[in-house]
Design a protein around this ligand. Sequence first.
Ligand code: GUN
Length: 283
Amino acid sequence: MAATIIDGKARALRLRAEVARGVEALRAETGRAPGLAVVLVGEDPASAVYVRSKGKATREAGMNSVERRLPAETDTATLLALVAALNADPAIDGILVQLPLPAHVDAAAVLLAIDPDKDVDGFHPVNAGRLATGMPGFVPCTPLGCVMLLRDVHAHLAGLDAVVVGRSNIVGKPMAQLLLAESCTVTVAHSRTRDLFARVREADIVVAAVGIPGMIRGDWIKPGATVIDVGINRTDSGLVGDVDFASAAAVAGAITPVPGGVGPMTIACLLSNTLDSARRRAP
Ligand code: GUN
């Protein structure tokens, strides 16, 4: 039986509509709309596309979008001063510094400088710690979107075997924490994992975040498993995920496509985090 295709685009539109209603309610209550600041350093074309679509989605949700574009040669001190100004600005509820930053910038120092309570990306170590210890904080947008999709497929996640392939701070590690919080039994696999095939083959839930086009194939997937593909790889044949979609969809119970799966959820979760931040800040 062919897998259910998980429609991340439709789910993201529903979440964005829900956020827009929340923004309207907050505005009616406090007279103020949430504000999201996005900082882009340099001319990387992919980053410029992401930043444009984040700004558009922010405005469509009824929030204020502040874009700060800085030249590629901007130094760390200038960026730290900008972050400090955004931290102090009461009209700003969320701050996102688009990654990657140019190599000469101390990216860790910049991320550490963001007020954890405006860190809607959830990349600050304080928010990573909050997530790891079950305290309220900001959760990175991509894994948060993945969990929302998983909850739609599985009424009960508790007890399921999940494998996360990839251990980045942005996706793999927070994804593992979120699945653990859902009481899954979690394996984090990576480039040094022995017998990766066997690990994936045992899992009820597979989250692929490795950045290698089509690496995970149908014969790796346990029949009926749910497959969440976080990969966005630009190839000659267009955008493809980390999962070989055609062969995996023949075996899986449910699977996200690329594009139209996890990607749209990331921006929707960014808007949701920004609304949460504004609500927490409301008098
Ligand atoms: N670059 C690619 N994805 C992201 C993201 O989610 N947040 C930031 N800040 N940079 C990114």
